[in-house]
Ligand binder design. Structure first.
Ligand code: OSB
Ligand code: MG
Length: 370
């Protein structure tokens, strides 16, 4: 592949519902869609940033700058990219900015798979025809509202219920769901809202029988998480703390977690996501695919990566209709009544772009040519 042109589009899409986490409430998404051209074909990617640096340090503006001034020039300098695995190395000089890197790396994977005429899932070694799907539910004002929301999603077939928590909105909220629905597969995500001072609360929450606590402690920590994990029965899962296969190795060695959430954007792309999947598999650490409230393009990548065999826990890969009135892909991503999404057979990410919707949501475009 000789990369000749790259297009960056900033999109703004309204969510169907406000999504509250311990770090804030989101009512829409501002993010970037990438298009990478080699002269004959185009690959699409999604930069899963937001307009604010509240989940991680990147924003739409930082990602645009890093892609425009550093990563896209690296792509143009390289005469030939024979395999998408090379992109990771090509971007290595830039430290972090993983979501920016991933947005271009993903588009090159899509382009590569399209040129082979094969679905991306197959190209990366995926083994499943269908993937199991869970749902991530934002913090609700009352127990009643939470119980009602959980009931709605259980009715739709979701195979795992993830509930966002923060101090004051935790044990009682979760207990109310347990009391109402019994032994359902359920977990909690704190997005770093607690410290080791809360260790007694986590010991108490052991009795809830959750599948895991996701990122209970600081976003950049693996030491305190190891202390917490040693003190409780419920598996700890890391999200924010893991940016690379090296982070994963250290967390596993330290005993900081028993499960890892893989987000392609957070770890800098598909190649690194596969590396993390593999090291986890070697160490008997199950993984699952997290979400960033992606549009259909980002979700299609999430579905593809979940087809790897160590993704044994349902991910936050809910279908398009959970988030959007209209998605930017066609067909939209659909889930069956048993909570499964079928892998597509088409080349690349497996879904076509809904050009009219893509144009409608685009608020800014910049074209870069070699
Ligand atoms: O921590 O997993 C998270 C959304 C935005 C930022 C961080 C997270 C989330 C989610 C939602 O939990 C996942 C999704 O439905 O896409
Ligand atoms: Mg999380």
């Amino acid at each position: 592949m000789k990369i000749e042109k790259v297009v960056l589009r900033k999109l703004k899409m309204d969510l169907k519902f406000p999504f509250q986490t311990s770090f804030g409430t989101q009512t829409n998404r501002e993010f970037i869609i990438t298009e990478v051209y080699d002269g004959t074909d185009v690959g699409y990617g999604e930069c899963v940033v937001n307009s604010n640096p509240f989940y991680n340090e990147e924003t739409v503006q930082t990602a645009w700058h890093i892609m425009k001034d550093f990563l896209i020039p690296f792509l143009f300098q390289k005469e030939e990219i024979s395999h998408p695995d090379e992109v990771n190395n090509l971007f290595k000089q830039v430290r972090r900015h993983n979501m920016a890197k991933s947005a271009l790396e993903g588009a090159i994977w899509d382009l590569y798979a399209k040129k082979l005429g094969k679905p991306l899932a197959e190209v990366i070694g995926g083994t499943k025809d269908k993937i199991a799907v869970g749902v991530s539910i934002g913090i609700q004002e009352t127990k009643e509202a939470l119980v009602e929301t959980v009931g709605k999603y259980l009715g739709q077939g979701f195979q795992k219920i993830k509930i966002k928590i923060k101090p004051g909105k935790d044990i009682e909220m979760l207990q109310a769901v347990r009391d109402r629905f019994g032994d359902i597969p359920m977990m909690a995500d704190a997005n770093s809202a607690y410290t080791l001072k809360d260790i007694d609360l986590f010991k108490q929450m052991d009795s809830l029988g959750l599948i895991m606590f996701e990122q209970p402690l600081a976003h950049d920590d693996i030491i305190d998480h190891a202390k917490l994990q040693a003190a409780i029965q419920t598996p700890v899962c890391l999200d924010e703390s893991i940016h690379s296969v090296e982070d994963a190795r250290k967390a596993i060695e330290q005993g900081s977690c028993k499960i890892i959430n893989i987000k392609i954007g957070r770890v800098g792309g598909i190649t690194e996501a596969i590396n993390i999947h593999n090291i986890c598999k070697e160490n008997n650490i199950p993984v699952w695919c997290g979400g960033m409230l992606e549009s259909g393009i980002g979700r299609a990548f999430n579905v593809a990566i979940t087809s790897l065999d160590n993704f044994t826990i349902p991910g936050d890969t809910a279908p398009s209709a959970r988030y959007w009135e209209e998605d930017i892909i066609e067909p939209e991503i659909e889930m069956d009544a048993d909570g499964q999404i079928e892998l597509q057979k088409k080349p690349g990410i497996g879904y076509d772009i809904n050009q009219a919707a893509l144009e409608r949501y685009t608020v800014e475009t910049e074209v870069f040519s070699k």
